[in-house]
Design a protein around this ligand. Structure first.
Ligand code: PEP
Ligand code: MG
Length: 314
């Protein structure tokens, strides 16, 4: 029966009592962006630009990048859906030949993501020029966010460059420091997007690629969920959108708890959208808030899962 309601669910997403939640797609390239429009999504919440450049020996020109971004944006123009572009997240688990620092002992804690712009500012400015051109030529509303932001100053310098091109600017919340001070970072950006994969890695001090640490790199870890709740509350206070774009958003029960914390959008692999949408439609906003309280009060991931299930399913 659950399967039948999941297949029948067509969006747009809302709780059973009508509180709307934006469900968005994580995409990597033009093919996956086009395929995602087959699902009931309201846009793209995470375009991982670096995945198109993994095998490039040199930086693509601004013109080449603009062509690529146009192809990703185009399927969203007609419906008026927005696309959140993440600037180059190179380094650590995503080495890019033209943008990776060599010889780092701890690449996950090294010069990666937005940090690369410090000694190679062209990487960022060329990319922002290309995004602005693609947005103008397709008519798609592009929001641009930076990965691996750690301070308000970094977010502010990034946002100035994005705003100068007439686009909305955001920061990813992947470093615990930004979750703790989300209210300060929200003074300088238009939105936040929580990357629970890296936020979990850095909160639990456990490599996201180490399979023997999977019990620690679990988005149901209550410590991670507390950081998500702090960030969501800061967003509500500021009246600005705060989404989740890590794997946590694709777990139907956890998604309900995230909505209960005040998260306004969930971005995920397109294959997960229907199950998440169908689950949200089965519960009230009050149940989501109860699930949020329950997981935040849990002592470990097992207890958090059981507590959410008790509120949302049983
Ligand atoms: C994340 O860290 O949760 C995220 C969405 O980015 P990526 O998985 O690409 O690092
Ligand atoms: Mg990340």
């Amino acid at each position: 029966e659950l399967r039948a309601t999941t297949a029948a669910w067509t969006g747009p997403a809302a709780t059973s009592d009508g509180v709307r939640v934006k469900l968005l797609a994580n995409v990597a390239d033009p093919a996956s962006a086009r395929a995602a429009t087959e699902e009931p999504v309201e846009g793209v919440g995470l375009f991982r630009t670096e995945l198109s450049f993994l095998d490039r020996p040199t930086e693509p020109t601004t013109a080449e990048q603009a062509e690529l971004y146009k192809a990703v944006f185009a399927p969203y123009a007609e419906a008026g859906h927005h696309v959140v572009v993440r600037t180059l997240d190179a380094g650590s688990d995503k080495p890019i030949a033209f943008a990776t620092h060599e010889g780092e002992e701890n690449p996950a804690l090294g010069v990666r993501g937005l940090r690369l712009a410090a000694d190679n500012p062209g990487l960022l400015t060329h990319q922002l020029d290309a995004v602005a051109e693609a947005a103008a030529s397709t008519g798609v509303e592009a929001w641009v966010m930076a990965p691996m932001v750690a301070t308000r100053d970094e977010a502010e310098a990034f946002a100035e460059q994005v705003h100068a091109r007439g686009l909305k600017a955001g920061a990813m919340v992947e470093v615990p420091a930004v979750a703790v001070l989300a209210h300060r970072v929200l003074e300088v950006v238009d939105f936040l997007s929580i990357g629970t994969n890296d936020l979990t890695q850095y909160t639990m001090a456990a490599d996201r690629l180490a399979s023997d640490l999977a019990h620690l790199t679990d988005p149901w870890q209550p410590a991670v969920l507390h950081l998500v709740a702090i960030t969501a509350a800061a967003g509500q206070q500021a009246g600005k959108p705060v989404g989740v774009c890590g794997e946590a958003a694709a777990d139907p029960l956890l998604a309900c708890a995230l909505v209960g914390m005040g998260i306004t959008s969930l971005s995920m692999a397109p294959s997960a959208v229907r199950a998440v949408g169908a689950q949200l439609a089965r519960v009230t906003a009050e149940q989501c808030r109860e699930a949020a309280d329950a997981v935040l009060g849990a002592v470990d991931p097992t207890a958090a899962r059981a507590a959410a299930r008790a509120v949302l399913v049983d």
